[in-house]
Design a protein around this ligand. Sequence first.
Ligand code: SAH
Ligand code: SF4
Length: 407
Amino acid sequence: MTLSMDISNAAERSVSTRADYTKASLIGLGREALRLALIDIGVSEKQSKMRASQLWHWLYVRGVSDFSAMKNISKDMRKSLQENFTIARPQIVTEQISEDGTRKWLLRFPPRGAGLPVEVETVYIPEQGRGTLCISSQVGCTLNCTFCHTGTQKLVRNLTAEEILVQLLIARDRLGDFPHIDTPQGAIVPDGGRKVSNIVMMGMGEPLYNFENVKTALLIASDPEGLSLSKRRITLSTSGVVPNIKRTGEEIGVMLAVSLHAVRDRLRDELVPINKKYPLAVLIDACRNYPNVSNARRITFEYVMLKGINDSLEDARDLVNLLKGLHAKINLIPFNPWPGSNYECSSQEQIEKFADFVNQCGYASPIRRPRGQDILAACGQLKSESERLRIKERLALEAMISGHGEN
Ligand code: SAH
Ligand code: SF4
């Protein structure tokens, strides 16, 4: 999804600039790759494991972004690291903070062959007991889901493992979620515990078409001696790249969300065209065989509510039948309209009817009445169309991002 949310009344400011892209970054290298990078600059084979562990701790437990802060590393070693590598954060073009604590960062990364620098958005939503970060995996997308704004944009490039991981590091920097950084005054974050407690790979792009980089980044994010996010709090969303679904379970081990959106091949071929390659029967089969699925580790099926297209009670019945026997949750997402889109969001009444039906059939499918719900009720009274659009966008985003993974 394109996280184009414009946070109304948000404080917006430019935060930082990083100019030096000439040196290789140590962020986003797995443990073994980090060790080999140290050997490349002359660290002995014998010392390399210990040095890599020291660095790992500074980067991912302490969250430092400057070699000079690494006090237990000798001056000579720090100098050598400084000469050869960088651990600086990328440029934060803007940071928006809304009154309810939602934050959006616009990050700029170097072109890496793409012509111009690329920009990516990362969104943070705090809730009772949790704070969820929505991360992007690509700039643009090769797929063309007809209701998705990203689907209208060509793939510019895959993000590197560094660029995927650094979205988490920046959120933790800015929220004071590392030991040496204070939480900014007045910031809305969960009480106690982690400020970023959950991750969803639901930003721009199809994560399973950038499998290796996503895998590397998520394994670092969940490394118990580093960032140590539980894999049950990380959710990867796919449109249905079937061959990589099993690999996600086996090699990454995170929670799975599947963008279903239709329960008949003819309609899904249109809405989520990857369905022509991997139709429903094949997709559902891959979900049935997803490693470690249980009642406690259910697969989320995302279902965008499109007026008159997929929102009838017949669709709800077929949805329940399709998922029979699967440990599944259903997440109904109000369609987020964008200029030029050909769909409308189902009415609140229809969404509730649909949800009631699937709930009665035993599937948890909460309709979120998030903080914006009171505003939505007043939606008709809002003066400007753009104001109304902004609120719809916000509700869609909250429905999409909230409630995934364990609390
Ligand atoms: N490419 C992956 C992950 C990114 S999209 C995927 O498709 O799953 C994240 C979620 O946002 C998906 O469920 C997607 O279908 C949904 N989405 C995209 N555009 C949307 C829109 N305009 N309104 C509501 N949900 C949307
Ligand atoms: Fe959008 Fe589809 Fe790409 Fe997901 S796979 S980002 S829904 S175009």
